[in-house]
Design a binder for this molecule. Structure first.
Ligand SMILES: NC(=O)c1ccc[n+]([C@@H]2O[C@H](COP(=O)([O-])OP(=O)(O)OC[C@H]3O[C@@H](n4cnc5c(N)ncnc54)[C@H](O)[C@@H]3O)[C@@H](O)[C@H]2O)c1
Length: 352
């Protein structure tokens, strides 16, 4: 039997979801957007069953799964509507822009016994899965330092950036909600929740917008005494993305331009690099849908749950607060101060 899937929000990422889903043989796809011209173009391009332009008038009960790719201020109410209609939900990041209503959503998802996942795509990338496995298996010992350096030319990837949600903090715009949340969500997956964050963020370069395009932050962790740093900008001329995890027994690196993992465990030796694991962007999203439908079929949690996306949202909200106050802001209370490798490992294994 076919899975009846509805995608709501058919813009940049929505069209990618539509393209990928229309290539999955057991999916029967319908779409919804407020832009009727866009709906008609997509209907003429992909294999689509029905099109809708008013979300509130759709009988959602007819669908098994709803994929939400509207801007973030709409996510919580749309997830709620889809759950009330007994649908599984895959929602784009960030989950929301405030914590309002999220505990109710989590309770509803359990009451309805439905899979609700948040589409933090790093969790479906092979190289970043391998990197995390190496951290969790203790290959570099205790992680003590995490350092992420990321930059890209956002207008090159999104020439219409001034006209979309990106230009409006209240719709999920700015580097913190839009881009940094991906990295924070990945760091939390590898090292556990962030305890406190000290963040500076400014609008420095991108013309025609006033949201922050440059971020530097320092963080501490709830379950370890590691220190993390993250620097990101959205204007540099060439794409660069490098993650470093430094442990007591070695160093792990992710080079995001090739999706290779480097490891160095001997003092003063070169890194040993894995093969390049970069794929076409659609392939990561195909893997994400495979993960999602597997979770639905096996009645398992998706690789990023509502609870985990809420944790990331708390960190991003604390980062915004830190920018305003110009001081570190606590995200979670620290539970213990001297982690052993076993406690770090068991925490991380619980998260798999
Ligand atoms: N995971 C990723 O790699 C990734 C990449 C890009 C964007 N995103 C996230 O996806 C979301 C959407 O981003 P985007 O770049 O596709 O934005 P976009 O502006 O290109 O597209 C949003 C679409 O939603 C539609 N829409 C708005 N209100 C609607 C409503 N009430 N009912 C139906 N449709 C409505 C708009 O008409 C538009 O077509 C954001 O939360 C963004 O952060 C995730």
């Amino acid at each position: 039997m076919k899975r009846k899937v509805l995608v709501v929000g058919c813009g940049g990422i929505g069209e990618r979801h539509i393209r990928v889903l229309s290539g999955i043989s057991d999916v029967e796809l319908s779409i919804c957007d407020i832009n009727v011209d866009l709906l008609n173009r997509l209907k003429n391009t992909y294999k689509i069953s029905d099109i809708y332009n008013i979300w509130s008038s759709i009988e959602l009960e007819q669908f098994d799964t709803v994929v939400i790719s509207t801007p973030a201020h709409l996510h919580v109410s749309m997830i709620n509507n889809a759950l009330q209609a007994n649908c599984h939900v895959l929602c784009e990041k960030p989950l929301a822009l405030s914590l309002e209503g999220i505990q109710k959503l989590i309770a509803l998802s359990h009451e309805k016994n439905k899979t609700v996942g948040v589409a933090y795509i790093y969790r479906s990338m092979p190289a970043l899965n391998l990197l995390r496995e190496k951290i969790i298996s203790g290959e570099i010992g205790y992680v003590k330092s995490v350092s992420f350096v990321v930059g890209s030319d956002y207008p090159f990837y999104r020439p219409d950036y001034k006209e979309i949600y990106y230009n409006d903090l209240s719709k999920g715009g700015g580097a913190l909600h839009d881009a940094v949340s991906h990295m924070i969500n990945y760091i939390e997956w590898c090292v556990g929740p962030i305890e406190s964050i000290y963040c500076m963020a400014r609008h420095l370069v991108l013309p025609g917008v006033d949201v922050e395009d440059t971020v530097s932050s320092i963080m501490t962790f709830e379950n370890s005494d590691a220190i993390g740093t993250l620097a990101l900008n959205q204007f540099q001329r060439t794409y660069g993305i490098m993650f470093d995890f430094v442990g007591t027994e070695g160093v792990l690196k992710f080079d995001g331009t090739t999706h290779s993992i480097g490891i160095c465990k001997e003092p003063h030796r070169e890194y040993v690099w894995s093969p390049k694991m970069s794929l076409d962007r659609d392939d990561y999203h195909r893997m994400q849908f495979e993960n999602f439908f597997r979770a639905v079929d096996n009645h398992e949690p998706f690789i990023c749950t509502l609870e985990e996306a809420e944790t990331t949202l708390k960190t991003i909200l604390a980062a915004h607060e830190s920018v305003k106050l110009n001081r570190p802001v606590e995200v979670f209370k620290k539970h213990f101060h001297a982690p052993t490798l076993n406690t770090v490992k068991s925490f991380q294994l619980n998260k798999v």
